[in-house]
Design a protein around this ligand. Structure first.
Ligand code: SF4
Ligand code: SF4
Length: 333
């Protein structure tokens, strides 16, 4: 374990910037976002979670898949050869770190490996920052997440008086600490701070079994009456990963791309013949919630919510997934 003095943080980021792009929470106007470190900027490592999760580093909002040319009966495809730059993602909280493991399940397992996601994921080192204070909307511990120690990351950082403690958790993390050894001192006598203790909790015991019996329950109709269908909750959710595939053609050539989409939009499930299996917000909001709390558990054995609280905080009409979980427990079948 090593200690970094607070004033040396920019030097550490500069050091990790050699041969890589370092993304770190920075103040952008009123909010905090992961942005490339360029030697200056308003670093905001101590300000809780970022407005947007950093999932777009592995799963960009839009991504070209291949180019094509077609003329008469001739057609040619040229796949995009992706060689992403090395990246270091610094200041990831435990909830967002768990979300990467959930996205790994989607993009890398069950017989299909998404090469675009895989290359970006492999090229990115993740440095977590422990939470010692929870926001009122945080409920990560309900999902077995430890705010004080993230899973699947290369380096764990803890904030302590006068600086940060750092521990390497993978060989890549060890290399990174070695690279920065001139800035670090052995952390003798330093204590790892106590993790945050979110006061918001949800009880998940029996939830999946209850939801399995609730597909046609009138609860979804009542809940969706206030939903605006704006999809803020999905675009800001670290685990949402729906996408659409489309193409852009100009005369004889073009490219195929994918872009973020959401099951809360009517067109997401609109079929070519005009039928839509999720015609109203009731079916769409139900799908979003069942996907997180039932379907993902059935497929991957884990909930697709990490308790980051972003949707609680930012839904304009207070559709609150923790209240949904409590309501589901209460409704009669
Ligand atoms: S943020 Fe709220 S209002 Fe907007 S789609 Fe999600 S649940 Fe509905
Ligand atoms: S559903 Fe809401 S609380 Fe859960 S991970 Fe997504 S944004 Fe965070």
């Amino acid at each position: 374990m090593y200690k970094l003095a607070t004033e040396k943080l920019p030097e550490l980021l500069q050091c990790w910037s050699q041969g890589a792009t370092v993304y770190v929470p920075q103040k952008v106007g009123e909010v905090t976002l992961f942005r490339p470190f360029k030697g200056q900027g308003d670093l905001a490592l101590g300000e809780g979670n970022t407005l947007e999760p950093p999932k777009d580093l592995f799963f960009p909002r839009t991504e070209k898949l291949y180019d094509y040319w077609a003329s008469g009966k001739e057609a040619r495809l040229e796949p995009v050869e992706l060689h992403p730059d090395r990246a270091v993602l610094v200041g990831v909280r435990s909830c967002d770190a768990r979300s990467f493991l959930l996205l790994d399940q989607v993009f890398l397992t069950r017989g299909y490996v998404d090469e675009f996601y895989k290359k970006r994921r492999e090229n990115t080192a993740v440095v977590a920052l422990a939470c010692t204070q929870a926001a009122p909307t945080c409920f990560c511990t309900s999902f077995g997440i430890d705010p004080g120690r993230a899973e699947g990351v290369d380096v764990q950082m803890w904030p302590v008086p006068g600086g940060y403690l750092l521990e390497a958790l993978t060989p890549r993390g060890e290399e990174m600490l070695k690279q920065a050894s001139g800035l670090l001192a052995p952390a003798e006598g330093e204590k790892i701070p106590a993790p945050a203790q979110p006061s918001l909790q949800v009880e998940l015991e029996g939830l999946v079994e209850k939801l399995q019996k609730m597909f046609d329950h009138p609860y979804w109709g009542e809940l969706s009456r206030k939903c605006l269908g704006c999809a803020i909750c999905t675009y800001l959710c670290p685990t949402c990963h729906c996408f659409d595939i489309d193409c852009e053609t100009i005369e004889t050539s073009g490219y195929r791309f994918r872009c973020w989409d959401t099951c809360l939009f009517a067109h997401y499930t609109l079929m070519a013949g005009g039928r839509n299996p999720r015609p109203t917000r009731k079916e769409r909001l139900r799908n979003r919630l069942l996907h997180k709390l039932q379907y993902f558990v059935e497929r991957y054995g884990q909930f697709a919510c990490v308790g980051c609280g972003r949707c609680l905080e930012l839904c304009p009409v207070n559709v609150d997934i923790t209240k949904v979980i409590r309501d589901v427990k209460e409704v009669s079948l």
